[in-house]
Design a protein around this ligand. Sequence first.
Ligand code: LLP
Length: 421
Amino acid sequence: MDNFDLRGGVLHAEDVALPAIADAVGTPVYVYSTATLERHVRVFRDAIAGLGNGDPLVAFAVKANPNRAVLATLARAGMGADVVSGGELYRALHAGMRPADVVFSGVGKTADEMAQGLSAGIGQFNIESEPELDMLSAVASAMGKVAQIAIRVNPDVIAGTHAKISTGGKENKFGIGYDAAPAAYAHAASLPGLKVRGVAVHIGSQLTDLAPLEAAFGRVGALIATLRGQGHAITHADLGGGLGVPYEPGKPLPPTPADYGAMVARATAGWDTRLMFEPGRLIVANAGILLSRVIRVKQGASAPFVIVDAAMNDLLRPSLYDAWHDIRAVAPTGETVPANIVGPVCETGDTFALGRAMDVVAADDLVAFMTAGAYGATMASTYNSRALVPEVLVSGDAFAVVRERPPIEALADADRLPPWL
Ligand code: LLP
């Protein structure tokens, strides 16, 4: 569910007509709904309420949408943060996420990033290899601190999602192999700068079937029992993110948060741990759209090309993962036609949809790419020397620019000429 609806024939974000945002800020522009963000946090929290020991920690996967205003909205709604870089850590802390509610994930944390996390007093590092255990212990000891850790295990479960966002197979770079985990825990327990507290798992993103998640959690449960048998105090279990969202109208819906919660209740019964979650897409995807204007319509061999002013540099998912985003006219006439929707970037991969039955649009009309709040603006680039796409947050009848569109001169003028030119 989202808060982007037709009112009087015009698509609105909450109480704001999208043409008003296009007029004020220009296009392309991402538009987020506060009400949808808050609703998604509530729905997810309700789905997992009462599970595990104490209040579950819901740590938003910042990579999905690191805009400070979005993070601040989520922080106010009680979310922590799952971060994977010093930059994300900085953003989460500056948006008001409590350090104790921050988890630091990722296979390539540097010593500097570890030190940043330790200085901030974050709640947990999720460790993905034995050399990383050694490095974190050394960094923490040098600072006179002890890092609380979980080890991310690779459960060797195939998530059944796009290969580029599948992480839980034994050939993937993520986590410590399931069979190697007990030895890694023994190693961690021997290191002075570490306090072992948990087990973490994350098998992939945009999962539309709960079975692989349940299989992975089953393996985590067995591992917790083994580790306790070996004397480790496992008090936390981090179940990662990954629950998919509906992108394509008319396709079977992915499991709901309530379905997910019921599965987690089953899978974690008797674990006697605090549960932690790292949802990203589920919280922000349907809370955002990319608003774009049609530049012109060009005749094609079999269908017209609708050339819009958003491109692959603004929304990379269709080019990178063949992802499907619903594309709607902001003021639909009710008539549809098969069309190819493309951006201005000079490569054929800059294609959002081919032969798509889509609202009839003409030059200067506005279109909205739906379900673009996750992995949208954050993956944008300036390819083709296009300005970085701005972002707007709506709340009720108010809207604010929460990231400016930088002048293109700022990008070009950041280049320097060497002395010989
Ligand atoms: N935790 C960890 C350790 C992760 O690596 C991720 C996502 C998440 C949580 C959040 O997963 P989510 O709940 O959002 O599925 N750019 C891709 C998605 C990459 C996901 C990377 N990791 C896309 O646009 O589909």
